[in-house]
Design a protein around this ligand. Sequence first.
Ligand SMILES: CC(C)(COP(=O)(O)OP(=O)(O)OC[C@H]1O[C@@H](n2cnc3c(N)ncnc32)[C@H](O)[C@@H]1OP(=O)(O)O)[C@@H](O)C(=O)NCCC(=O)NCCS
Length: 158
Amino acid sequence: MQHQLTFRPLCPADRDEIQAFYADMGEKSASFFNVDHGNERRTMAFFENGKPDHRFFVAADGERIAGLVFIWDIDCAVPWLGVAVRDDYQGVGVGTFLLNALFALLRARRYGGLLLRTAKTNTAAQRLYEKTGFVCIGTHPSGELLYLKRFETEAPLD
Ligand SMILES: CC(C)(COP(=O)(O)OP(=O)(O)OC[C@H]1O[C@@H](n2cnc3c(N)ncnc32)[C@H](O)[C@@H]1OP(=O)(O)O)[C@@H](O)C(=O)NCCC(=O)NCCS
């Protein structure tokens, strides 16, 4: 990847850039990630009230936000995950970078893993998830595929 990315928490100064992130999202990406502006509202709520049951992180390329990842149900051992990369940054490793950085953080906090749902037609996302160790464990009642990533635990008791 040619970009110099940093992984960091979303911060209040990112408001305009996050608005641009959603405004610039093409139809295909939005059809997977921002149906009825749901994830946009979820993210913008961070700037209103901090969205305390969520944690948001970005891959920043200088001033530009190249990708966004967030988790919710953060009090659960296995929270839910959402991820999106700017259309003009897709396919160059930003999604992989975001997930690997998030895994390191969550492992250090002793989380057990992550859950996510994705559309059956979202083959790019499935490729990213399978490449980073998620396993498809079935179909969610919504009809979407359900994926689980388990973080390795200490050696079991003898
Ligand atoms: C899914 C998404 C997050 C992947 O992020 P990304 O930064 O493009 O992914 P990476 O560049 O790290 O690539 C990861 C793997 O996916 C593959 N991939 C990425 N885009 C792809 C595409 N359009 N078609 C097929 N494979 C694709 C890559 O080739 C790579 O696999 P490889 O190393 O074996 O080649 C990104 O496409 C996106 O934001 N899509 C719109 C929003 C979305 O669908 N979010 C997920 C909702 S569940």
